[in-house]
Each structure stands twice: as structure tokens, then as C-alpha cells.
Design a protein. Structure first.
Ligand SMILES: Nc1nc2c(c(=O)[nH]1)N[C@H]1C(S)=C(S)[C@@H](COP(=O)(O)O)O[C@H]1N2
Ligand SMILES: [Mo]
Length: 216
């Protein structure tokens, strides 16, 4: 009996150790092409490069994400500090006004988690996002606070390539592709609900709702 208890303890440690290390540790680089039975498009073939200044190459080490404007706490995040947050994943289809679309599994953080940490001040009603290439777009603040809108750092299980918006692209569900800002550098909380982003100031609908015409 003297030997039985230590034996059982060692046996439990061994078995639990095996269980913990049993699952595969996913390494970056292998694209997922199916998610819960749904076919996903490939990163290579689904996209057409039509960004206003071509692909942007952002260095992760030098990168910061600023949260500014009408907030109690201005915030500056590094790339790694964003990735430490709770992550979420969802399949969402991107529709470009040029007539192509892409079904992709997106993974990232919720915009509302980031905005909540900054604590919007009274009167704030708009969120404006700016990008490395000078691009910008905006939404009613309620759109990001009342929906689970993802700021993605992975697509189909791999880190966003530079061409697709590394480090972050907004997954603006139910909105046209021009609302899906890539290479996000800062987020401004504002009371200017007339703000117009890059394409919006060139005649595209400010709501950008998919169920409405995108022009005018
Ligand atoms: N910073 C930035 N984000 C951008 C754009 C851009 O030119 N610059 N183009 C938008 C448009 S019009 C579309 S359709 C989507 C397309 O994403 P993709 O270039 O990864 O295909 O990105 C959007 N985000
Ligand atoms: Mo687009």
C-alpha cells in the first residue's frame, strides 16, 4: 500500500501531462480552406490589388496603434499588446464595389474591446479609422459597439500578408469593401458624424451598407 499512492500520483501526472501536450500546436503558414464545412477562398486567388497607393509594408516592431479623440484614456498599443487580447474568429464575405468577393475566415480582436478601454466621452458618436497609406473611413460609434466587429490579424489561419493589410484590417461586416480599411494605424473617437473617408469623400455612400447602392 505504501507504494500504491506515489504510483497513482505519478500515473495521474503522466496522464494529465500527456493530455495537455496531446493537441497539435498550430504553426503559422498553412492556410485553412474549409471551416465547419464552409469552403473558404484562397488568399492567393480571391483578391485584386486595387489599394490607393498599392501594398504597404508595415514593420511589426516599430508599429503602434493609437486610440485618440473624445476618450477618457488615450491609448497606444504595440502589435504584440493587441494580440494579447481575447481573440475571435468568424467567416465573413468581403464584397468590393468592383464586382468581386472573397469568403475568408477572419481572426482578430473586437473593436468594441479596444474602444471600451479608451472610454468614449459624452457626445462621442463616430469612429474614424486611419491607415498607413493615408486612407481613412468612419462609422457610427454604435456600429462597432453594438456588433461584434473584428479588427483582424489573421485570415484563413495565417497572419495577414502585407498586401492584405498587415498588421490589421477591419472586418466591416454588412458594409462594402471600401469600409474594410487595411494597415490601420489609428482610431479616433469623434463627435463629427459628417466625417467622410477616402472613397466616401469621392461620392461613395457614407453608410457603405451592402443592402444599399454604394454610390450617392
Ligand atoms: N488602407 C487601405 N485600406 C483599404 C483600401 C485602400 O486602398 N487602402 N481599399 C479598400 C477596398 S476598396 C477594398 S475592396 C478592400 C479590399 O481588400 P484587399 O485589398 O485585401 O482585397 O480593402 C479596402 N481597404
Ligand atoms: Mo473595393
Amino acid at each position: 500500500m505504501r507504494y500504491v499512492i506515489p504510483f497513482v500520483v505519478i500515473w495521474i501526472l503522466l496522464v494529465s501531462g500527456c493530455l495537455n501536450s496531446g493537441g497539435p500546436i498550430e504553426l503559422d503558414g498553412v492556410e485553412v480552406r474549409e471551416y465547419h464545412g464552409q469552403k473558404l477562398d484562397s488568399l492567393e486567388h480571391a483578391f485584386r490589388e486595387n489599394s490607393i497607393k498599392g501594398p504597404q509594408y508595415v514593420e511589426a516592431d516599430a508599429y503602434t496603434l493609437q486610440v485618440t479623440g473624445l476618450v477618457e484614456n488615450q491609448k497606444i498599443y504595440t502589435y504584440d499588446s493587441v494580440l494579447e487580447k481575447q481573440s475571435y474568429e468568424k467567416v465573413v464575405k468581403l464584397y468590393c464595389v468592383e464586382g468581386w468577393e472573397a469568403t475568408i475566415l477572419w481572426e482578430g480582436v473586437l473593436v468594441k474591446d479596444i474602444v471600451a478601454e479608451a472610454v468614449p466621452k459624452e457626445g462621442a458618436n463616430t469612429i474614424i479609422l486611419y491607415a498607413y497609406d493615408g486612407y481613412s473611413t468612419s462609422f457610427p460609434l454604435d456600429y462597432v459597439m453594438e456588433n461584434d466587429i473584428i479588427m483582424a490579424y489573421k485570415m484563413n489561419g495565417v497572419t495577414l500578408p502585407p498586401e492584405r493589410g498587415f498588421p490589421f484590417q477591419l472586418i466591416a461586416e454588412d458594409k462594402w469593401g471600401y469600409k474594410w480599411i487595411k494597415w490601420i494605424t489609428s482610431i479616433e473617437i469623434s463627435d463629427n458624424n459628417d466625417y467622410e473617408g477616402y472613397w466616401e469623400s469621392r461620392g461613395y455612400s457614407n453608410t457603405g451598407d451592402l443592402d444599399e447602392s454604394f454610390f450617392g
